[in-house]
Each structure stands twice: as structure tokens, then as C-alpha cells.
Design a binder for this molecule. Structure first.
Ligand code: TYM
Length: 375
């Protein structure tokens, strides 16, 4: 993304206030419209809240995936995590939706942990650290309730023997100028990163390779990961005789600071699933809200829910009831409720959420073997 747009969305950096309509145009994706929603509702039997609220807003080839599904051909799901630290609330959004897709469509899930990427990209992280976060993050995935018979989680480092052959096939069709243009790589970028996109593209074709027949792939993930599919996987697929992977993209949960996404690299403004609930509440209390300078001004002019990360956290994860959400929005915009009160409400919802998730995460420790695949 260029600077004049005043926001940046790449797999490694998200900055500024994101204009999602513009991203659809710039990335050449398609808006999730009412017709597609009707079709998903018919096939899934219901619509997930994230779809109703427009939080999964963009896609590629969803109609093709549903054509195949309606014709009796099963698709598989592919998503992942770059284990640079603990899981935060934003990561949960595509995973919760992926779980819903698995349940509703009976789909298998291949879940990639790019411990190689995070080691290569981040000078501070050792391979030992990223590999251990693979297992920490896998606990969060398992805690969401995925079906162990249909879910395969793998660390790139530990599953590379299987992935490497596919990555090689991909890499042979991608030259340096392409990855420079797609990812903004420079001459100073280390050569591991230059090869890495082939490894993130590889799982798009993995089940097809394992089963010896073409299987449609659907990737639920935020739009920040799109360059891998747009620039690499979808370009190379026809050359290797595979289907192009389809995508459905979610918006990004903002961090608790001003602008940008919730990001593990900014721990003060991210709520991690492993945070002590009291520590998480402290982060909320010092969150940016877009609130006015004084209480008097806030009462007179109203708050700015549209740019407030607290409000967006309600919208994504904490207020499933539409009427309750609307009341919070209206009370903010009319100045009836001030930011302090609103933050207290967030805290009262977040605390039990974290406690519950942490219990499930603890239980998941005994289930890792059922989910992890290795060479
Ligand atoms: P990573 O670890 O940056 O993010 C993991 C997943 O979470 C999404 N995401 C967010 N969604 C909502 N709000 C946020 N603030 C937020 N931050 C991140 C990401 O889009 C992603 O879906 N290289 C990848 C790992 C990966 C992957 C994949 C992701 C490997 N294969 C296939 C998606 C699909 C990464 O570092 O993701």
C-alpha cells in the first residue's frame, strides 16, 4: 500500500485508519454482498454473527467454493498463525469463524504455524522461542473446540519434509521481482524471507497432494495475509494443475492505542489470551477511545464509537446481542455514557471471557497430540 493513502496493510505491518472499501479495490477482491450471504445461509443453515455484521467483508471465489460444495465436493479449510508471541483477541476472530465453517460444512482444517517465518523476520526471536510459541498458540486453537479428527496443526519446522516438496514446486515459478513487488522485499531482506512465501502457499495444495486429487481450498483469514494468495498461491496454482485457493477476509480488530491493528509486537495495546484478567483490565483502563478532552465536551458533543477500539471489541467479540450493541453505540454517540463507564463495561465482559478461555486452554494441554502432525 502506498503512503498517500494514509494507511498501510501488509502481512507484517498495519498502520492508520483502514479504508476497507479501498482495500477491496486495491487488492482486487470482491465484497461479501447480500446475495452471497443468502447463499451461505442456505448452505450453512445459519449466518455467523461475523457475517451478519460485515466483519467478514471480502472474498475471492466463495461462489465457486459453494458451487463445488452444492455439487457434493468437499472443500478443506486452511489458516494459520505466525508464533511470535502469545495469541491476542484479534487472532481469535478468523479462528472462531474457521471453527464455525468446520462445523457447518464438515470441513477438514489444516493449520500452519510459521515458526520459520517469525524466526527469519524478527531479529530478536530465536528459533527455540518461535517453536515453543507454536505449541502455546496451538493451545488457543484447540481451546476453541475444533474437531480433533478433522484438524491438523503443524509447525513448519517440524513438518517441513512434507511441505518442502510442494514449496519447491511453487518456488520454481516465482521470481525475485515478483516477491519484491508483492511483499516489498529489498536487497537487504534475508534470503530465508525471500523463499518463505512458497512455504505459506504450500498448504493450499497439501491435501490435494496427500490425497492425489484436486481438493478445493478455502482460507479464512484477515485481509493482511492476502498478498500470499493474490501474489503467489493463486498465480502458481494453474501452472501446477491445482485449483486456485478461495479466500474470505475479516477486518482487523484494532489495538487499544490510536490506529493500527491489535498486534503482538505492541503488548501494551494488545489483550493476550494468557493475560492475567486484572492486567488486561489495566490495559483497558488506559485504552485510547477517541473520547473528548473533558466530560462536559463529551456530554455535549458525544463520543466517537466509530474510531474507538473498545467499541470495536464489543462488535467483534463481546456483545453478540445487536440491541445491546446499538444501545452502547447510541449512548456513546449522544454523550449519555462516558468512556470511563464504557471501559468498566468492557472489563466486566472481558474478565469472565479470559477466565473461561484460560480454563479451556489448560485442558488443551492434554490434547496436543491429537491435533499436531509432524514428519
Ligand atoms: P499472524 O500470526 O499475524 O495472524 C494470525 C491470524 O490472525 C489474523 N490477525 C488478525 N485478525 C483480526 N484482528 C487482528 N488484529 C489480527 N491480527 C492478525 C491474521 O490475518 C491471521 O489470519 N503468516 C501468518 C501465519 C499463517 C497464516 C496462514 C495466516 C500461515 N499460513 C494461512 C492465515 C492463513 C501470520 O503471521 O499470521
Amino acid at each position: 500500500m502506498s503512503e498517500e493513502k494514509e494507511f498501510v496493510v501488509t502481512p507484517w505491518e498495519v498502520r492508520g485508519e483502514i479504508d476497507y472499501e479501498r482495500l477491496i479495490r486495491d487488492f482486487g477482491t470482491t465484497k461479501v454482498d447480500s446475495e452471497l450471504l443468502e447463499r451461505i445461509k442456505k448452505d450453512a443453515g445459519e449466518l455467523h454473527l461475523f457475517l451478519k455484521r460485515g466483519l467478514f467483508f471480502s472474498h475471492r471465489d466463495m461462489n465457486w467454493i459453494l458451487d463445488r460444495y452444492e455439487a457434493g465436493e468437499k472443500f478443506f479449510l486452511y489458516t494459520g498463525r505466525g508464533p511470535s508471541g502469545h495469541t491476542h483477541l484479534g487472532h481469535l476472530v478468523p479462528w472462531i469463524f474457521t471453527k464455525w465453517l468446520q462445523d457447518r460444512f464438515g470441513a477438514e482444517l489444516y493449520f500452519q504455524m510459521t515458526d520459520d517465518e517469525k524466526f527469519l523476520f524478527n531479529q530478536e526471536l530465536s528459533l527455540k522461542t518461535t517453536m515453543s510459541f507454536t505449541y502455546e498458540n496451538a493451545l488457543d486453537v484447540i481451546a476453541l473446540g475444533f474437531d480433533p479428527k478433522k484438524t491438523f496443526i503443524f509447525s513448519n519446522v517440524e513438518y517441513v519434509k512434507t511441505l518442502y516438496k510442494i514449496a519447491l514446486e511453487i518456488a520454481k515459478h516465482v521470481n525475485f521481482s515478483t516477491v519484491k513487488a508483492v511483499f516489498g522485499f529489498q536487497n537487504t531482506t534475508n534470503i530465508g524471507m525471500i523463499f518463505f512465501p512458497a512455504l505459506q502457499a504450500a498448504p493450499c495444495f497439501l491435501p490435494s497432494v496427500l490425497e492425489g486429487k484436486n481438493i478445493p481450498c478455502l482460507i479464512p483469514a484477515s485481509i493482511d495475509q492476502d498478498p500470499y494468495w493474490r501474489g503467489i498461491a493463486r498465480e502458481v496454482a494453474p501452472k501446477l494443475g491445482y485449483y486456485k485457493p478461495a479466500q474470505i477476509h475479516n477486518k482487523l480488530v484494532p489495538g487499544l492505542g490510536k490506529g493500527g491493528k491489535m498486534s503482538a509486537s505492541e503488548p501494551e495495546t494488545a489483550i493476550f489470551t494468557t493475560d492475567d484478567p486484572d492486567v488486561a483490565v489495566k490495559k483497558i483502563m488506559s485504552s485510547y477511545t477517541g473520547g473528548r478532552d473533558t466530560a462536559e465536551e463529551q456530554r455535549r458533543l458525544g463520543g466517537r464509537a466509530d474510531i474507538c477500539p473498545v467499541y470495536h471489541n464489543y462488535e467483534f467479540l463481546f456483545v453478540p446481542d445487536d440491541k445491546e450493541l446499538k444501545k452502547l453505540y447510541d449512548d456513546c454517540k449522544t454523550g449519555k455514557m462516558l468512556c470511563g463507564e464504557c471501559k468498566m463495561i468492557f472489563a466486566s465482559k472481558l474478565k469472565p471471557f479470559l477466565k473461561e478461555h484460560q480454563k479451556k486452554r489448560e485442558k488443551a494441554k492434554g490434547m496436543l497430540d491429537k491435533f499436531m502432525v509432524k514428519d
